[in-house]
Design a protein around this ligand. Structure first.
Ligand code: GLU
Length: 405
């Protein structure tokens, strides 16, 4: 799959029946990478034929999420805008005897007494999946399945096949849950004389106990917006999602989107399920923060520490924690006094710390500024707090220490 092929057309086809799911993000990403790697086209198609379950709010969330990630599409349409197209196909299928209007016995209230069924030729279907290899299905058990409620109301299988055909989709890349839909869709393709696309069904995403990630079990943890709101970088999410079912075949783990486009191919997409590991995502995020320019890093840092007590006011100091390891209070006092002087005079604190031992000097300075065992380094804290506040805090630490000597 390495050769450039500008005729490649892929599509992502989300149904706006829920917020953007991270599984859909992964599917979109693989479609996007495959298209860009090959110089092909990536279509975003909103599958909104199910009027009862669609919501504008969900569609907005999907579009905004994909935009935030930088996964720009080349073409966009909604199935709800194409009712006439499906109607044309349905009418022709009925005229040609490939489908028929079927009288039904309504089983529940409000159920229709008429639907459109596909005339199943009852045959074996075989296809070669880029991920799963050869797949075979006997379609006899599917019977004459329903493809539309009426010529104005197509169902999923019919609409997908018509759209993929009309959009000249060459590769259908989607989640594994759709593998059982493929034989029905191939039957419809054959009936309307559509070319069969190449299929690639991506492995399921599971949690640490190998359970499929689902809204029901995992709640907000399956939504992209949760990670966005928690402050994850889009670059990190893209990078991490790429590793959910794909690997570069090398040791490299940190990738920019451009790098992924360069190396992505289906020969390294795995069949087995992919574990969504939040700890790994956190690590990937940290690595991407390091790649940001200084100003970007600072903004993120400020967001991370905004709720720390030392940001709200002068911290409580534990006199036993001011000194570094076994350094005496007297010596620490000397270092703090000197540090204060250097800061007052805009001198070079690092030079002094290197001379006297970094820990001996920098630990008490950092602790004086934050009163916390863990915080950003003293230079960052000096910058964030500013000279005036920093000097006051150093003065206070000196007082606290003095009182104990
Ligand atoms: N609309 C389907 C879904 O959201 C996807 C259909 C497809 O990719 O063929 O699951």
């Amino acid at each position: 799959m390495k050769s450039k092929n500008e005729n490649i057309v892929v599509r992502m086809a989300p149904s706006p029946t829920g917020y953007l799911h991270i599984g859909s993000v992964r599917t979109t990403l693989f479609n996007f990478l495959f298209a860009r790697h090959n110089g092909g086209k990536y279509i975003l198609r909103i599958e909104d034929t199910d009027k009862e379950r669609n919501k504008k709010e969900y569609e907005d969330d999907i579009l905004n999420g994909l935009k935030w990630l930088g996964l720009e599409h080349d073409e966009f349409y909604r199935q709800s805008e194409r009712t006439d197209v499906y109607k044309g196909y349905l009418k022709k299928m009925i005229d040609d005897g490939l489908a028929y209007v079927s009288k039904e016995e309504p089983k529940e209230e409000g159920q229709r007494d008429e639907v459109i069924r596909f005339k199943n030729p009852n045959k074996k279907i075989q296809f070669d999946d880029l991920v799963r290899g050869s797949v075979e299905f006997d379609t006899t058990e599917l019977g004459d399945f329903v493809i539309a409620k009426s010529v104005e109301e197509p169902l999923y299988h019919l609409a997908v096949v018509v759209d993929d055909h009309e959009s000249k989709v060459t590769h259908v890349i989607r989640g594994e849950e759709h593998i059982s839909n493929t034989p029905r869709q191939i039957l419809i393709q054959e009936a309307i004389g559509a070319e069969r696309p190449i299929y690639a069904h991506l492995p399921v995403i599971v949690d640490e106990s190998r359970k499929k990630l689902s809204k029901r079990k995992h709640g907000a943890a399956v939504w992209l917006s949760t990670y966005k709101d928690e402050g994850y970088l889009p670059e990190a999410i893209i990078n991490y999602m790429a590793l959910l079912g794909w690997n570069p075949g090398t040791e490299q783990e940190i990738f920019t989107l451009q790098e992924l486009i360069g190396v992505f191919d289906f020969s390294h997409v795995q069949k087995s399920s992919a574990f969504f590991d939040v700890k790994k995502l956190q690590w990937v995020n940290k690595e991407h923060i390091k790649l940001l320019p200084k100003e970007g890093q600072r903004k993120i840092l400020l967001k991370e520490i905004e709720n720390e007590p030392y940001m709200a006011g002068e911290p409580d100091l534990d006199v036993e924690k001011i000194s570094w390891k076994k350094v005496s209070k007297e010596e620490t006092l000397k270092h703090l006094a000197e540090a204060k002087k250097i800061i007052e005079e805009n001198g070079n604190l690092m030079e002094y710390a290197e001379r006297e031992g970094k820990g001996n000097v920098l630990w008490p300075v950092r602790y004086a500024l934050t009163g916390a065992e863990a915080s950003p380094d003293p230079f960052t804290m000096l910058e964030i707090l500013g000279k005036e506040k920093s000097l006051k805090r150093l003065e206070r630490a000196i007082m606290v220490l003095n009182a104990k000597i």
